[in-house]
Write a protein that binds this ligand. Structure first.
Ligand code: ATP
Ligand code: MG
Length: 334
């Protein structure tokens, strides 16, 4: 069975974008088809201004929600990144493989650095080196496939480049991974600002549907989505000229299993489209929220999943990371 790895940062409450772009595929496809590891990548959450108590809370919440969404510890491995030292150990070798220039070219670095600067804060060095840690996350497990939303494609490509470069320099240690993404809703946009990605760490929350939003809250957010001004009013699926409508069509398609292009033809008004999208979203969230509430009543079972997950992840990563240390010329422990 091939190896799949993916992760999610505890930087905020999980969103509909996280679910449709990544988590749903992990649940419905990946965990059944492959030896899949899913990780709450808490070290990555330290790359921006953070509150220790909040990170701790969000880490537990993310793990609980992933289980609530349907990850099954009998089928896959779920754990917390900082519980497995191999990530940080290998990250250093990735920093010694990557160049300063290729890190600075990362779109997400540019965007997030600009956002931090706007807030008047300084930019943490780890925000720049984050893709090296992400490459380590992926490569440590001999990962072949990385199911992510569209925004992470560039980072997975960097991980590919680093794997190839490392193997050429020091001998083959790593598999060369590739990113996969869902056909529909690989990039869910903010409902109030449909030219930017819905992101769980964004400060303006009115355009973000969180997985734990009450039905009425989720409904209201969808009903207040920006549709495209100055347009004819006809419903078309065009991400460039009609980003707001295209986003609603993508969300509705992803929630109901249709195609956005086909759905566009079925609607005559924004109102009907919004209403159906709102209901479809509420129906997707409902079972996740129910299961989440059950799991919250039994935190010890979540701890046990994370404990045994970390144990398995550690034992899978250790030999490859040791091999990488030896390959670059570090003297093995006698
Ligand atoms: P942050 O704002 O802190 O970066 P995020 O919402 O982007 O948070 P990540 O933890 O960075 O979430 O990403 C987790 C997974 O969710 C990744 O696979 C990412 O590609 C996917 N993802 C994030 N946002 C979206 C979105 N709006 N649409 C589709 N997929 C998304
Ligand atoms: Mg992100």
């Amino acid at each position: 069975r091939h190896r799949i790895f993916s992760g999610i940062k505890p930087t905020g409450h999980l969103t509909l974008g996280n679910y449709l772009g990544a988590i749903r595929g992990w649940v419905e496809r990946d965990q059944h088809q492959a030896d899949a590891l899913f990780c709450v990548v808490d070290l990555h959450a330290l790359t921006v201004d953070h509150d220790p108590a909040r990170i701790r809370r969000l880490t537990r919440q993310a793990a609980t929600l992933l289980l609530a969404a349907g990850l099954d510890p009998q089928l896959c491995t779920l754990y917390v990144q900082s519980h497995v030292d191999e990530h940080a150990r290998l990250s250093y070798l990735m920093e010694c493989t990557a160049s300063d220039g290729e890190m600075r070219r990362m779109i997400q670095y540019k965007e997030k650095a600009a956002r931090e600067a706007e807030r008047g804060g300084s930019v943490r060095l780890s925000l720049l080196t984050y893709p090296a840690l992400m490459a380590a996350d992926i490569l440590a497990f001999g990962t072949e496939e990385v199911p992510v939303g569209e925004d992470q494609t560039q980072h997975v490509e960097l991980a590919r480049d680093l794997a190839v470069r490392f193997n050429q320099r020091y001998g083959t240690v790593f598999k060369v991974p590739r990113a996969t993404r869902p056909e529909v809703a690989a990039r869910v946009m903010d409902l109030r600002d449909p030219t930017s990605k819905m992101g769980k760490s964004h400060a303006e929350t009115s355009g973000i549907v969180y997985l734990l939003d009450e039905p009425d809250v989720a409904r209201r957010k969808v009903m207040r989505a920006i549709t495209d001004s100055g347009a004819t009013g006809a419903i078309e699926f065009d991400r460039v000229s009609r980003p707001g409508v295209a986003n609603l069509l993508s969300i509705l398609a992803a929630c109901t299993g249709g195609r956005p292009e086909t759905l566009a033809a079925a609607y005559g008004s924004y109102g009907a489209l919004k209403k159906d999208t709102a209901e479809a979203v509420v129906e997707v969230l409902r079972p996740i929220q129910k299961r989440h509430a059950e799991l919250c009543a039994d935190p010890a079972s979540v701890d046990e999943v994370l404990r045994s997950g970390a144990e398995r992840a550690r034992s899978l990563a250790r030999p490859r990371v040791d091999a990488a240390y030896a390959a670059v010329g570090l003297l093995p422990v006698a």
